[in-house]
Design a protein around this ligand. Structure first.
Ligand code: ADP
Ligand code: GLC
Length: 478
């Protein structure tokens, strides 16, 4: 099959979160399975400078009388296309600065969506399926329908918490037929809601874990769209993300002080000591290190950790946190690091090397998410030998199994993401820590799990096939 992916992020040069990692891995996994796969992204500053894309003479007419220049590249058999429009995409950040989105988000992302569709018209061979990822490209199904194009569209929801809501007065900027601003299109309570429009207008909807696909149909976790999703459940499938097992491998990772693997763990001891030093923690073999690598956001439960720091430190734990996002959460983190020197270290910023050293040096990986569509960091942590201590939600439920000391199975600790739940989770983690043999066993269980994209590929193929050849396949439902 020929599939075109459209997204606003691509690791490593245009990344805010896991969406970027998935765009760098899933298309390649589909190529390996024999499909023709392309990916369109905005030519963000980081991508332009990466050297991975080269400028071509090709331009497409997009919106509001503006054109986009096409840049091309290739990675692992995936044809890469970058839409160049510097006034929109040659910026310091991908979405906004200082915790505030850029004021022209709608102009930027409608341009991306329409540009991708214009490009799709001229690709040879024509893609049979366009997979759109998150709200930024949520207008793709609307443009495909408005232009009467034959491609099928799949809307993949990586995070329902971000929907792309704009005022009704912005509708005209998108240059779509009037009829699209209706309840059966992208109108939602009088506003424009790009993700809601994509969910309704796409031929199929996927989300990034089976548990999340169920949660979002409930009021509590549906971010206002639960009824829409429930109505559309016949075309909704939850497919668990994988990770790039080659790019994330502790035995070959150049960011680590020393490589290690499940059969030779001595390198990990060095990584742990190096992490203590790098983060300015006291050297203490007897005290566990809890690591976090996270967007600083309420949904990630960072505030729960801040509220629980005192208890954690009192029980002998230490904490290293790397993250950026909400300025209030960042500031509180800095304050706590000053209050507990050598026990709590907080780095505000984005640093992929340090992220890898936290996965490879911490004893536990803390992720008290209140909502987690899939989550990749807990999988990286397990692969790098940090035992996950996670909120019992979404993809965390589907990837971390609670350690059972009697049956001797499990890979980590799960808790209800509340202050009490977190306290209980930390107690259970410390109980594992206090028994070194158990610690090794839980760690080994996580390190030997297979997180490759192997299982996801056939699930996506099934969705695509059900659209291209609806009679030959039954559509999957949950
Ligand atoms: P989300 O996409 O919701 O942020 P995921 O767990 O799916 O959560 O993916 C987060 C990705 O971003 C991971 O690759 C993680 O290592 C990376 N990441 C998050 N924050 C930082 C940071 N401050 N520095 C480096 N990498 C980060
Ligand atoms: C989103 C989600 C995260 C998921 C990632 C990749 O950013 O918040 O849970 O892992 O997308 O699908």
């Amino acid at each position: 099959m020929n599939i075109l992916f459209v997204a606003a992020e691509l690791a490593p040069h245009a990344k805010v979160g896991g969406l970027a990692d998935v765009m760098a891995a899933l298309p390649q996994a589909l190529v390996e399975a024999g499909h023709g796969v392309s990916l369109v992204v905005p030519l963000h500053r980081g991508l332009k400078r990466s050297g991975e894309f080269r400028r071509t003479e090709r331009e497409v007419e997009v919106l509001r009388g503006m054109r986009a220049r096409i840049w091309e590249g290739e990675r692992g058999g995936v044809a890469l296309f970058g839409l160049e429009r510097d006034e929109y995409f040659d910026r310091e950040q991908l979405y906004g600065e200082g915790g505030v989105d850029y004021a022209d988000s709608l102009e930027r992302f409608s341009f991306l969506a329409r540009g991708a569709v214009e490009l799709a018209r001229y690709l040879e061979p024509t893609p049979e399926v366009i997979q759109v990822n998150d709200w930024h490209v949520g207008l793709v199904p609307a443009y495909v329908k408005a232009l009467g194009l034959p491609m099928k569209t799949v809307c993949t929801v990586h995070n329902l918490g971000y929907q792309g809501e704009f005022g009704a007065e912005d509708f005209a900027k998108m240059e779509l037929p009037e009829g699209v601003f209706r309840p059966e299109g992208l109108e939602f309570y009088g506003k424009v809601n790009l993700l809601k429009g994509a969910i309704l207008m796409a031929d199929a909807v996927t989300t990034v874990s089976p548990s999340y696909s169920r949660e979002i149909q409930e009021k509590e976790r549906g971010h206002g769209l639960h009824e829409v999703l429930r109505e559309q459940r016949g075309k909704l499938t939850g497919i668990l993300n994988g990770i790039d097992m080659v790019g994330w491998n502790p035995s070959t990772d150049g960011a680590l002080k020393k490589g290690f693997g499940v059969k030779s763990m001595t390198g990990r001891v060095e990584c742990r000591t190096a992490l203590e030093r790098e983060m300015g923690l006291e050297a203490a073999n007897g005290r566990p290190i809890f690591g976090m690598v996270t967007r600083m956001a309420w949904e990630k439960g960072v505030d729960l950790v801040w509220a629980g720091v005192e208890g954690l430190v009192k029980q002998g734990g230490r904490l290293v946190v790397l993250g950026a996002g909400d300025p209030v959460l960042e500031e509180e983190g800095r304050r706590l690091a000053e209050r507990y020197p050598k026990k709590v270290a907080v780095r505000v910023g984005y640093d992929e090397g340090l992220a890898r050293r936290i996965f490879g040096g911490a004893d536990f990986f803390l992720m008290p998410s209140r909502s987690e569509p899939c989550g990749l960091t807990q999988m990286y942590a397990m692969r790098y030998g940090a035992i996950p201590v996670v909120g019992e939600v979404g993809g965390l439920r589907d990837t971390v199994r609670e350690w059972d000391g009697k049956k001797r199975v499990g890979t980590g600790v799960r808790f209800v993401p509340t202050p009490e739940g977190l306290a209980g989770g930390l107690d259970r983690a410390l109980a594992i820590w206090n028994e070194p043999a158990m610690m090794n066993e839980v760690r080994r269980n996580g390190m030997t799990e297979d997180w490759s994209w192997g299982a996801a590929v056939p699930a996506y193929e099934k969705v695509y096939r059900s659209l291209i050849n609806p009679k030959g396949e039954t559509r999957c439902q949950n």
